[in-house]
Design a protein around this ligand. Sequence first.
Ligand code: SAM
Length: 174
Amino acid sequence: MCAEVVVLRLGHRKGRDPRITTHLGLVARAFGAQRLVLAGDEDEELFAGLHSVSESFGGSLQTEYTEKPMAWLKNFVKTGKAVHLTMYGLPFREVIPELHNNVPLCIVVGGAKVPRQVYDICHHNVAVGNQPHSEVAALALFLDSYVESPPVFDDAKLTIEPNQRGKTVHESGD
Ligand code: SAM
């Protein structure tokens, strides 16, 4: 089993980014991260939306806000490893085998402008292809490769039974 996986989302703008940052949180939760750390604007509503998904579908994605992401990151790398997702980095499939998943990992995803310091503080600058695309896509592909298997949430109130057509949802206690 992996040590803790944390996603640090830089530069969240409350007016413009709630949907994409929510999607980062949903991908983090579904593909095996345990914690989302938000930098930029504070956004309690966004956290509440993510908690309500966990309430129904299980798990407990932890959420926290940091006003000082560079200080937060510098502190994290004292004991953990950090990878920064950036189109300028090295291919993720080459870097992942170098990561030891018994050490806590922080995956940093950028916003509108990524401070230069991030490239230096992180142990690895990692690309999911060298084209500009989306932080959500980059996080999903990275986690899918890094995490051995996606989490199963035993405390889910709602679970979905895979279905060729139609929607089968079980409520706990069914
Ligand atoms: N203009 C920003 C900058 O200063 O680098 C990047 C904006 S981009 C829409 C937002 C984030 O998506 C990036 O910071 C990065 O984390 C992620 N991203 C986009 N394309 C990527 C790629 N090819 N590989 C890895 N991450 C990527």
